[in-house]
Write a protein that binds this ligand. Structure first.
Ligand SMILES: NC(=O)c1ccc[n+]([C@@H]2O[C@H](COP(=O)([O-])OP(=O)(O)OC[C@H]3O[C@@H](n4cnc5c(N)ncnc54)[C@H](OP(=O)(O)O)[C@@H]3O)[C@@H](O)[C@H]2O)c1
Length: 253
């Protein structure tokens, strides 16, 4: 099926991560032009560049941009580069996120601040700035990567689970405010996915997690990426906004 994503300008945060790189690869395979947002070191993108070479994707179809997504000046500077090159942004995928697995009473102030900024305030600031661009275009599409713990479980990741619940609510209210401007906003809530982020969790709790997952396995990053493509495409999801898709093997049931 042609998802009509060819030549769409797609911004993906956390593009070097497990799910982020799968999302980037999926859009590139559809012929989209992808802006990969990363922090600190370009060398983190080596694996992604190798894949792009092997897949024979034109190198110009992927542009890495370093950004501090919790800083409005840094966001504006990065988006300025995108606008100068393409003068529009069609799709934003807010994928960056991080957790610290610690009982609630043992969390330090700094842990709480990091979890807040990695999962919520950065997403809100970047969405606001990209939303202004989409408003001018009278068209746009935002997909937020939330989590199944926004709804269930969450022991040991209290603030992370709460921030993901906040992402779900922000998704709904953004959809409410921006729908009349032809901007759709949705969220994908993964269960446990085989990525570096969930390694420690899988090591410690894999039997319990698998027993609680009706499909009795964890997700692959590309299974999450497929649901993101589905929501981002106006062929498959043109009338879907303000919703959450749980891609969790049924773990929340
Ligand atoms: N893996 C799972 O089981 C699972 C389940 C549910 C939801 N999720 C969500 O899926 C998304 C991707 O996770 P993943 O599993 O792919 O994890 P990952 O492999 O650890 O990748 C996380 C990505 O987010 C970036 N990031 C984290 N904090 C950031 C910050 N403050 N500023 C900028 N970038 C930041 C990381 O950059 P650096 O490499 O520079 O740190 C990395 O690129 C996250 O939102 C996560 O909450 C994951």
């Amino acid at each position: 099926m042609d998802l009509q994503l060819k030549n769409k300008i797609v911004v993906v945060t956390g593009c070097n991560g497990g799910i982020g790189s799968a999302i980037v690869q999926s859009f590139l395979k559809e012929g989209a032009l992808v802006v990969g947002v990363y922090r600190n070191s370009l060398s983190k993108l080596d694996k992604l560049f190798n894949w792009i070479n092997l897949a024979e994707i034109p190198l110009n179809n992927f542009i890495p941009i370093e950004m501090d997504i919790d800083s409005t000046p840094s966001i504006q500077q990065g988006l300025g580069v995108v606008l100068k090159k393409w003068n529009r942004i069609d799709v934003l995928i807010n994928n960056a996120g991080a957790t610290i697995e610690t009982p609630f009473l043992a969390l330090e102030d700094n842990d709480i601040d990091i979890i807040y900024s990695s999962n919520f305030s950065s997403l809100a600031k970047l969405s606001r700035e990209v939303g202004k661009i989409m408003l001018r275009q009278k068209n746009g599409n935002i997909v937020n990567i939330s989590s199944a713990v926004s709804d269930r479980f969450g022991r040991g990741v209290s603030v992370y689970a709460s921030m993901k619940a906040a992402v779900n609510r922000l998704t709904e209210v953004m959809a409410l405010e921006l729908g009349k401007k032809n901007i759709r906003v949705n969220a994908v809530c993964p269960g446990v996915v085989e990525t570096p982020m969930s390694n420690a969790l899988q090591d410690r709790h894999s039997v319990i997690l698998l027993n609680n997952t009706p499909l009795r396995r964890f997700a692959t990053p590309s299974e999450i990426a497929m649901s993101v493509l589905f929501l981002a495409s106006d062929v498959t999801a043109s009338f879907i906004t303000g919703t959450q898709i749980f891609v969790d093997g049924g773990i929340r049931l």
